[in-house]
Every structure is written in C-alpha cells, then in structure tokens.
Write a protein that binds this ligand. Structure first.
Ligand code: HAX
Length: 430
C-alpha cells in the first residue's frame, strides 16, 4: 500500500534517470519532420512534446497508460487520476487514501463564491469555472514555496499538493456554478462519505432515485479524463505550467482553451443536432427519413455533428461505453433512440459521401443525449463537466512535467517572408 505521493516518490528517480539516459543516447535522433503545411496548419501531426499519461491511437482510441479506455469504463475518476500519475491502478486501500486526501481539501474558500456572485448572471459557466480556479491561486503551495526558494527537485511535490487542492474542490465549484446558473439555492458543501463522482451528482441537485445519474457522471468523468498532450487544453496547460506558473494558473488557462467551440463546446452542438431531428420528425424518424435528412445536410455542405475525428479511424470506444450505458439505463428514451439510429445509418452514408476520413461516431455524438435524459438540460454547462474531468489529466501531466524538470515551452516562429524565402530556395531556417 502506497499513497499517491509515496508511489510518485518511489518512481520519480527512475523516471528522471530514464529520460536523462534517453537524451544522452539519442538526443540528436530525428523524431518528426515539419512541413510548411504543418507550420501554417496548427502544427497538426508534429511530434513535439512528451506526454506519458495517455495516447490516442487511430485504430484503438484512447489508451491510458497502456490500458485501452474500453477496459477502464467501470473505474472511478479518482482511480483514473492515480493511474494517470503513476501508470498503475490503485489497490483498494490506496484508493481510499486518495479519496481521504481529496475530502480533506474539499472546502471552497468564501472569496471564490464572492468572486462568482459578483459576475453578471448571464456570464458563461465556463468563464465562471476558469475564474474560480484562477481565484484559488491565492492558496497555491507551489507559488508560496517557489517564493521561499523551493529546490527544483521538490517542484513536483508542490504541484501534487496544488493539484489535489484543485481536484478536491472542483465538484463543489462546478456544481455551485450550475446552481448559480440555474437559479437554484446557494452552493452546497461536499459530503465526505461519497466518492468524487457521486458527490458531484448530489451537489448538482438533480433527482436521482435510482442512482443512475451518479453512475453516468462517474462514467463521464472517467471517459473524458485525458486525451494525450497536444490538444488545445492540455497543451495550453502544459505551456503555462512550463513557465513555473502554479497549477491553478495553468489549469485555469487550459479551461479557457476547452471553452472554445472547436474543442470542448462540440458536445452541445451534437445534442442540438439530435434535438433538431427529434423536433423535425416529432419523435424518432425511420431509417429512410434519417438517411434523406443526412444526405440533404451533406448536399448543403454541412457536417454531421458527432461524426469524424482528427485522429480516430474507428468508432470512438468512449461512444461505445456510453452506448452500452444508454442501452441499459434509458434504451426507450427518444433522444437516445435517435442517437442509436444515427449510429446505424450515418457511417454508411459518410463512407459513400467519401469526404470524411473517419465516418464513425466520436464521444460527443452521445454524451449530451444521456445527460439530457437525466435532466441536465443546460447545454452551455456541458463543457464545465468536461472540464472537471479533463482537470484530472491536466494535473497529472503537470505533476509529471515538474518531476521531470520539463523546460519552458519555446518553439520557434517564422515570418511569412521567411517561409517565402524557404520555398524559393528550399533553404531551412537555422
Ligand atoms: N460530416 C461531413 N463531412 C465531414 C465530417 C462530418 N462529420 N467530418 C469530416 N468531414 C469532411 C470535412 O469537412 C472535410 O471536408 P472538405 O475536404 O470538403 O474540407 C473532409 O471531410 C476531410 O476532413 P477530415 O480530415 O476527415 O476531418 P478533420 O480532421 O479535418 O476534422 C472533425 C475532424 C472532428 C473536426 C470533423 O470530422 C467534424 O467537423 N466533425 C463534426 C463535428 C464533431 O463531431 N466535432 C466533435 C469532435 C470530437 C472532439 O475532438 N471533441 O473535442
């Protein structure tokens, strides 16, 4: 039995030695070449940073520390955090120790609520969420100890301390934002007898007599916990953290990226699409009606929300896990049945259409419809839920990067004039 800190303490000297050895032996090995299209195209596909917490394989989907996400869907989010940080799942006593650590830190300072309640009522929930994490910077152990002259070998310990403080408070903060946003009575406090997901479900205040909503939330938080290092929110968090900004500053910055429509907001657009179908056909359309509807949309040049992916080339295993949950918990729900029918009809059409490299559903094709079924109907809140989950990965990545002494991120930029010169002469920038 080892606490998370003890396990990291055990592993970190070996991880440092391995990395040092790798750089000594292969420091000048070429890992990735960069074309001009990649330079002007968001660095897509350029291998330019290390992330050991997870990887996304085109034919397998998300793999967390060598375990496919399909094999992890029954795990609690807290277990995922231990796994992300250490590469192994905790045994029962290690998990209880981590849960205890989180409970101990769950109280949210009053000034955070004062900050949020000073904002206009129509502020976006993601803005409030990012602000709340930012406000917590006042509590940062990393910040304080850095000012006191902390040795760089101890950075990871302070990063772990701040990460636990952030994660412990997120369900209370996120549910408080939901309550503020929906005009419910004041935020409620954490119940230290419940696990992270169940406590979050309880504090949201939705009816859950069967406990299935808590199950869904746990599943949601587990499935979204990480998606390697190069996506906008993870990369932003990593970049800000690399300046030795505290985890509060770094995670808040990551959330601002997640709030973008091309990243974390996609799930609400997918649900809009499903509800549009439900309204247009006054229920679940027949396969033929759905097929005609999709073809008409494609002919108009519109995309089919929830289908396609930048990396994946199979049905997203997170979609499969949610689908299995829906089959069990709400198979007769009309919204779920439309999602199911879209899954039966859409991939074949996209294959015939021939544009999308990936005709299969991604996780956003289904997550919103399940939340909607259980009464979480504020679409603009969905990204906060995503953010609570993704904070697990952001924090794990920050801890490991501080342990390994990952230097400040500083890629080189080039001017368009320089690019013109390179194209003209096939010269490379020195
Ligand atoms: N419907 C119709 N056409 C599609 C399509 C879809 N779902 N997905 C891709 N295409 C089209 C693209 O528009 C592109 O068309 P043009 O060649 O005419 O420009 C062509 O297929 C090639 O695109 P791609 O290489 O297959 O896809 P990208 O890597 O460029 O984009 C996207 C990936 C997820 C953005 C894209 O598939 C899409 O827009 N899907 C619908 C929106 C969606 O589901 N978003 C959630 C993504 C999940 C996620 O990562 N969340 O964080």
């Amino acid at each position: 039995m080892r606490t998370l800190k003890e396990e990291l303490n055990e592993q970190i000297p070996r991880l440092r030695a391995e990395l040092h050895d790798l750089v000594q032996r292969g420091g000048s090995t070429i890992v990735s070449e960069v074309t001009l299209s990649q330079v002007v195209g968001g660095m897509r596909g350029v291998a330019g940073l290390v992330c050991d917490t997870s990887t996304v394989e085109p034919d397998k989907g998300l793999i967390v520390r060598n375990i496919p996400i399909s094999k992890l869907s029954a795990r609690k989010p807290e277990e995922m955090f231990y796994l992300l940080c250490t590469g192994r799942l905790p045994v029962a006593r290690e998990l209880s120790a981590l849960e205890e650590e989180l409970h101990r830190r769950s109280a949210v300072p009053a000034y955070v609520w004062d900050t949020l309640s000073a904002m206009p009522a129509d502020s976006h929930p993601m803005t409030l969420f990012s602000m709340a994490i930012l406000a917590l910077e006042r509590e940062s152990v990393f910040h304080r100890r850095y000012e006191e002259g902390m040795h760089k070998e101890e950075y990871w310990e302070a990063a772990l301390e701040d990460s636990l403080a952030i994660l412990a408070k997120l369900p209370t903060i996120a549910s408080g934002i939901y309550r503020i946003h929906t005009g419910k009575p004041a935020p409620v406090s954490s119940d230290t007898t419940l696990d992270w997901g169940a406590d979050y479900a309880r504090m949201l205040g939705l009816a859950d007599s069967t406990g299935e909503f808590a199950n869904l939330l746990r599943l949601y938080l587990t499935l979204h916990c990480d998606h390697e290092g190069g996506n906008v929110s993870a990369f932003t968090c990593h970049t800000v953290g690399s300046a030795l900004s505290s985890p509060m500053l770094a995670v808040s910055a990551g959330m601002n990226g997640l709030a973008g429509p091309l990243h974390g907001l996609a799930n609400q657009e997918c649900l809009h699409f499903v509800l549009e179908i439900k309204e247009k056909f006054a229920g679940v359309p027949s396969p033929q009606q759905l097929s005609d509807f999709i073809w008409a949309r494609l002919k108009d040049g519109a995309v089919i929300p929830g289908y396609g992916h930048a990396v994946l080339r199979v049905t997203d295993p997170r979609f499969v896990a949610f689908h299995a949950f829906g089959e069990r918990a709400c198979a007769e729900d009309e919204t779920f049945r439309i999602v199911d029918r879209l899954y039966a009809v859409t991939p074949g059409i996209l294959q015939q259409h021939g544009h999308a490299k990936d005709p299969w559903p991604n996780v956003d094709a289904i997550s919103g419809s399940l939340l909607y079924h259980f009464g979480l109907k504020q679409f603009d809140y969905y990204t906060v839920l995503f953010g609570v989950s993704r904070a697990l990965g952001m924090c794990a990545q920050l801890i490991l990067n501080r342990a390994l002494g990952t230097p400040i991120v500083r890629p080189r930029s080039v001017t368009t004039e320089q690019l013109k010169g390179i194209v003209g002469s096939e010269r490379r920038v020195a």
